[in-house]
Design a binder for this molecule. Structure first.
Ligand code: ADP
Length: 637
């Protein structure tokens, strides 16, 4: 762009050339006209100067008519010497017969008395008309000849009035020399004018082109983004005003540039801090802007996606065309879980970038992470289907027993009580499940209130374990009295098992803020599970210890353990490692889910460590701060 301009192409040269040519043309035209008119003027003047006054002509006429030739000749010689003609001219007087009577040329006096040889003289004598003519002789140069007829002033009519003629021959060299001199002066003058004009035009065109050149340089600097320079102002003329305008323009462009830069930075920072991904494309659908969030979502880099088609980037090029997106501006739900190594579902909203004229200049896609939402939705659907399934199982089993009873089994004293017991157990299980579901739903909705109080966890844990020890001693009747809650710690439907509870519990009092009822339910549930999923005669170890800011409570069993793949799922609702076994044990699959909700509501954490076929350990940690005083008072109160 910034190509060097060759001198012959420059305005500087062109202006100078135009000036010089104009000057030359003008000078030449004026000169030619001037020389021409001067020439004709000079020749005219010369011609009129070659003449014989009328009174001299009369005198010559009377001499020519005189009989005394000698006297007449000398009189005529005097007369022609008196004639006011150019001194270089030769004047010859010829009489009517063509004889030379007088000659002004002193060297040619021999001619006098001879016949004139000039044909011009003869014809003038013959027809009495004035003759004018030019001739050119090698020795004489350009000559002018005028032959004037001399007539008898007294003659009447056209009769032979011509008594003679005067032939005047004059050299025109002096006239032409004069003209040549003038032409020479003129040429020199025009040469000087041309030189001066060239000089002046160079100076003037320099004066014009210098500001233009400076403005050009400033424009180039501006194009490069350098607005620091200012064009010098040489005067108040149009170029001066243009320079002022260029300077103003430079300031304006800089301001506009800064404003748009600031705008761009603002946009960048807005885009960078958005939690939604944003992709903008040109009208061909190629990415021009993409923010960090979108790059993170798609696990790619800016330089890899700029200029790439958005359809390819979102891997929807097989299902959609750009036209589909432009026309429908659909909202799409795209699952990237397969492409990436983690779960990601994005909702993509498309909108058009449109100018006021309606021209579509691009497309904006906003990427919203809906993975969690979708997961929740899926979990909700699974939950509903689980609940329905869980309730259907006991109901179908009950129906078959009731059908059998109706079909006559009620009369069988052996079978009837057994069947009725099963239906009762199933009913109990359903009630338990519904109670569990209700407490879960209360916790989900936040309607279940946690009633916190400081409890000595040491004492509390021992109390619960005492109850389990007691259970071993008491008989079955006791157990069936309140088997519909976990709180009882009883195992409905399970055969009586033998187990030993070993306690490894700190002696220190540990005052922890808990909701007694709910926390008891948690421990009952874990203890019940330990018993349920342990072989007969197993040892259950209950531990309680403190760290500097937590209490950790754990229950270990020697049961069948939990497979590694299920270990994180046992806290999910309705999740059971072995469905049939759990159901047979009267389990609902909700116990650990409730426990988790309760422990988390108390600000704690629950987790499990297990080895298949060796046993499991469930841990609960609760936040704990040492209370130095008033602990006892609280307990008493
Ligand atoms: P359930 O009513 O089925 O016991 P839970 O929520 O209490 O429901 O437990 C969920 C599942 O976790 C159980 O079905 C069982 O498979 C597994 N589980 C819980 N505790 C133990 C344990 N101590 N030993 C082995 N598996 C256990």
């Amino acid at each position: 762009m910034n190509k060097k301009i060759r001198f012959f192409q420059s305005i500087h040269f062109k202006i100078a050339l135009v000036f010089i040519l104009l000057l030359l043309v003008t000078v030449e035209i004026i000169g030619a006209y001037f020389v021409r008119s001067l020439e004709s003027q000079n020749i005219e003047t010369f011609k009129t100067s070659i003449n014989i006054d009328p009174y001299l002509q009369e005198k010559l006429a009377s001499d020519l008519m005189s009989a005394n030739t000698e006297a007449a000749n000398s009189s005529m010689k005097t007369t022609i010497s008196q004639a006011d003609v150019a001194n270089t001219a030769t004047v010859i007087v010829v009489d009517a017969k063509g004889t030379v009577r007088a000659n002004s040329n002193v060297n040619n006096q021999n001619d006098v008395g001879q016949k004139s040889s000039s044909s011009n003289v003869k014809s003038v004598l013959y027809n009495g008309q004035l003759f004018e003519g030019y001739e050119y002789g090698a020795s004489t140069g350009s000559q002018y000849t005028k032959v004037i007829p001399i007539k008898n002033p007294n003659a009447t009519g056209d009769g032979n009035a011509v008594v003679g003629a005067v032939a005047i021959t004059a050299s025109m060299e002096s006239v032409y020399a004069n003209i040549n001199k003038i032409v020479k002066i003129f040429l020199i003058a025009s040469l000087v004018a041309g030189l001066l004009g060239t000089l002046i035009s160079i100076v003037i065109s320099r004066a014009i082109t210098r500001p233009i050149d400076e403005m050009k340089k400033q424009a180039i600097r501006m194009a490069r983004g350098d607005y620091s320079g200012q064009v010098r102002i040489y005067g108040q003329d149009e170029l001066g005003q243009l320079a002022v305008a260029v300077n103003n323009l430079s300031v304006r462009v800089e301001e506009a540039q800064e404003a748009s830069e600031a705008e761009r930075r603002r946009l960048d920072s807005v885009l960078a801090h958005m939690t939604d991904g944003v992709i903008a494309t040109d009208r061909r659908g190629n990415v021009i802007i993409i923010n960090e969030t979108a790059l993170d979502f798609l696990n790619t880099r800016n330089e890899d996606v700029i200029g790439v088609s958005i359809l390819k980037l979102l891997t929807i090029d097989k299902d959609y065309t750009l036209r589909d997106l432009l026309e429908n501006q659909k909202e799409l739900l795209l699952d990237f879980s397969e492409q990436l190594d983690h779960e990601l579902i994005l909702r993509v909203d498309f909108s058009l970038i449109q100018r006021e004229t309606g021209f579509i200049s691009g497309l904006v896609a906003v990427l919203h992470d809906v993975t969690e939402q979708q997961k929740n939705e899926r979990e909700r659907r699974e939950f509903v289907s689980n609940v329905s399934h869980e309730l259907r199982t006991p109901l179908t089993s009950m129906r078959s027993y009731i059908e059998a009873l109706t079909d006559g089994a009620w009369q069988d004293p052996e079978i009837a009580p057994q069947f009725l017991k099963v239906t009762q157990e199933e009913t109990d299980r359903m009630i338990r499940m519904i109670n569990d579901l209700l407490s879960l739903s209360r916790m989900d909705s936040g309607t279940s209130k946690i009633e916190l109080e400081y409890v000595n966890l040491n004492e509390f844990f021992n109390y619960i374990l005492d109850r389990f020890d007691m259970m071993l001693k008491t008989d079955n009747e006791h157990a069936s009295a309140d088997n519909n809650t976990h709180k009882s710690g009883l195992l409905p439907g399970a055969e009586k098992k033998h187990y030993t509870i070993r306690r490894e519990i700190t002696k220190r009092d540990l005052w922890v803020e808990i909701d007694q009822d709910k926390f008891m339910q948690v421990i009952d549930n874990i203890m019940n599970n330990a018993i349920k999923y342990s072989p007969d005669g197993g040892v259950i170890t209950a531990r309680l210890l403190e760290t500097h800011n937590h209490v950790i409570l754990s229950v270990s069993d020697q049961g069948l353990g939990i497979p590694r793949k299920d270990i994180n799922k046992v806290f999910d609702r309705f999740y059971r490692v072995d469905k049939a076994r759990s159901r047979q044990q009267g389990g609902t699959g909700l116990g650990l889910a409730i426990s988790k909700e309760v422990v988390e509501a108390l600000g704690g954490r629950i987790w499990v460590d297990s080895q298949e076929n060796k046993g499991s350990t469930f841990y609960i940690s609760l936040p704990y701060a040492t209370i130095t005083d008033a602990g006892g008072d609280w307990d008493e109160a």
